[in-house]
Design a protein around this ligand. Structure first.
Ligand code: ZN
Length: 306
């Protein structure tokens, strides 16, 4: 009962904050721009992280839906008939590209969608997948030679939002000033979070910066922040890791005296638990690699996730 009471209070509190924010926005733009257009742009993102970025840039002028939902794994996603309907009725699609969403091209063709497609990784220099030892995400759809998990780089996220901004302006030119203002505000927030991460990592000695993760989602993050990741290869979210893969990672973790093993929200928690047990490392917190949590979870937005 007490728990429920607290949760209710939380929701009320959040609403108050939201109302406060709306009131400020109305003041800032003045009455002439306060009214929202009668028909919002229908935007469909392939997965939750891109839906969040779309919301940040599109604001009230768009209605965003995500095909792959919170805590779900885009690598193994199977499109539903509802997805086809969403895509058919969308004005704009936001996708990652780099072979991440193998199900999307077929969905666009099958649905007869005429939506404008924003590929957020356009213009980025992607990380190449390792030639051997690295695990592709397994399925036939994923033969790309680039690592698709670019959103784990805050630097890359700057390109993502610039691409979203330009695509939304093309689809809804009368919203240009708002999309540009939202982008400027969000870029400043990205800078702030990057600064926070740098400050947090500064306390970890350089030699101790080694990552062990369930799948190869973190190369962009580790590249940006000077963390070695050699132990992470060989595991993906799709395939059960072999005994050999596990043994190899246990060996590396012991050699490097790894202190913690982290879970991923989209992967099988038993694997991390087994690694922790066999290496004597602590189970760290949950990492949000390829999906956000729902609104009640600890990572409902990209900024919170990072
Ligand atoms: Zn992934």
């Amino acid at each position: 009962m007490f728990d429920l009471y607290l949760k209710r209070n939380n929701i009320i509190f959040n609403r108050r904050v939201l109302l406060g924010g709306l009131a400020l926005a109305a003041l800032a733009f003045g009455p002439a721009h306060a009214q929202t257009p009668t028909k919002k742009l229908a935007v469909v993102a392939s997965f939750s992280i891109l839906a969040d970025l779309g919301k940040e840039i599109g604001g009230d002028r768009i209605e965003v839906k995500s095909l792959v939902g919170p805590n779900a794994d885009a690598h193994v996603y199977r499109a539903t008939p509802q997805d086809a309907k969403l895509v058919r009725e969308a004005d704009v699609l936001i996708v990652n590209g780099l072979g991440f969403e193998g199900f999307v091209p077929r969905l666009i063709r099958a649905s007869g969608s005429k939506a404008r497609v924003i590929t957020v990784t356009n213009g980025l220099k992607p990380i190449e997948k390792p030639k051997s030892g690295g695990h592709d995400h397994g399925h036939s759809h994923d033969h790309g030679k680039h690592d698709p998990h670019a959103w784990q780089s805050i630097e890359a996220a700057r390109t993502f939002v610039a691409n979203i901004r330009d695509g939304l302006i093309a689809a809804d030119p009368s919203g240009e000033a708002i999309f540009r203002a939202n982008t400027e505000r969000y870029l400043a927030e990205l800078d702030k979070v990057r600064g926070e991460i740098v400050a947090m990592l500064a306390s970890i000695p350089k030699d101790d910066r080694l990552a062990i993760a369930n799948h190869d989602a973190f190369r962009y993050f580790t590249r940006d922040f000077g963390i070695r990741i050699e132990g992470a290869r060989g595991l993906s979210t799709e395939a059960e890791p072999s005994a050999k893969d596990i043994a190899r990672i246990v060996r590396i973790a012991k050699e490097r005296k790894a202190k913690a093993v982290f879970l991923e929200n989209i992967a099988d928690p038993r694997i991390a638990a087994q690694l922790a047990k066999e290496t004597g490392a602590k189970l760290g917190g949950v990492l949000y690699s390829d999906a956000l949590t729902d609104e009640k979870g600890p990572a409902p937005t990209y900024l919170a996730m990072m």
